[in-house]
Design a protein around this ligand. Structure first.
Ligand SMILES: Nc1ncnc2c1ncn2[C@@H]1O[C@H](COP(=O)(O)OP(=O)(O)OP(=O)(O)O)[C@@H](O)[C@H]1O
Ligand SMILES: [Mg+2]
Length: 250
């Protein structure tokens, strides 16, 4: 198995605030890796360091074989980043946004690239509409589609589904799975346990500046004792009262 992202001893402080205190993890090629942590745990900080937007205070990190501090240009050519807040242009249509990025990357046939991505992210029907008319889920999908232009081997998704409804989240998950299926390495951050559970091949929990645990879902579940059955006396809830009054059958 090829390691595409390797982080060793990563430290980062903002003045007196020690956010990362020695973070270590590795991500295998073509896998989906979830960095799980609560608000302020340092997830975006890790993503910013790996995408060369921020310098670490200590430690080493390589992405696609390149050192983030010593070879930032090579790292940038290997990655795409979808930030925590959607970066789509409201005034343009979905298709125009995609064409624009393809042109900025000097790719041949931007129109075909745009149409292919619109189809892949179920946006073909909405492609000619201004993004200002899109739902949150559509914006997020367009944002991810934009980050795939040029087929980078590594993609970083910072909280890809925050604020989306369940249906839109599933659509984003499907798109992410498809990417990994094609060999793209995905590092995503999330504060949703179920997102990590459904999507990730491996999960790392970032807490108080360090990776607390790291492994597959099955490995993480083994850290807890097996489920026990307890009998508790239960006060009726409003739901119980409601159901006993109106009955469970309509
Ligand atoms: N530029 C900065 N200057 C000072 N403090 C910062 C800066 N950026 C982040 N922080 C602080 O560092 C900590 C980690 O922030 P970070 O954005 O990495 O967390 P996060 O895990 O991405 O959180 P969230 O889930 O809210 O996105 C927070 O306490 C934040 O306030
Ligand atoms: Mg964040």
């Amino acid at each position: 198995m090829t390691t595409v992202i390797r982080v060793q001893g990563m430290e980062k402080s903002y003045k007196d605030l020690r956010v990362l205190r020695g973070v270590d993890f590795e991500v295998a090629k073509g896998s989906i890796f979830a960095l799980l942590g609560s608000n302020g745990a340092g997830k975006t900080t890790v993503v910013k360091i790996l995408s060369t937007l921020l310098k670490a205070d200590a430690g080493t990190a390589t992405v696609n074989g390149f050192d983030v501090a010593a070879q930032p240009e090579n790292v940038r050519e290997s990655i795409s980043l979808t930030g925590q807040f959607a970066a789509v242009d409201e005034i343009l249509t979905g298709r125009e946004n995609l064409v624009l990025v393809a042109k900025l990357r000097h790719l041949k046939d931007p129109g075909t690239i745009a149409d292919t991505l619109l189809g892949r992210f179920s946006l073909a029907d909405a492609g000619a509409r201004k993004v200002s008319t899109y739902s949150g889920g559509m914006r997020r999908r367009l944002d991810i589609a934009m980050s795939l232009i040029g087929s980078p081997p590594v993609i970083f998704l910072d909280e890809p589904t925050t604020g989306l409804d369940p249906q839109a989240r599933i659509e984003v998950w499907d798109a992410v799975r498809e990417l990994a299926g094609q060999g793209t390495t995905v590092l995503l951050t999330t504060q949703y346990l179920d997102e990590a559970e459904h999507l990730a091949d491996r999960i790392a929990i970032l807490h108080e500046g360090r990776i607390l645990v790291h492994g597959t879902l099955a490995e993480l579940k083994q850290l807890l004792p097996p489920a026990t059955v307890e009998y508790v006396e239960k006060q009726p809830s409003l739901e119980d009262v409601f159901l006993s009054l109106v009955g469970t059958n309509h």
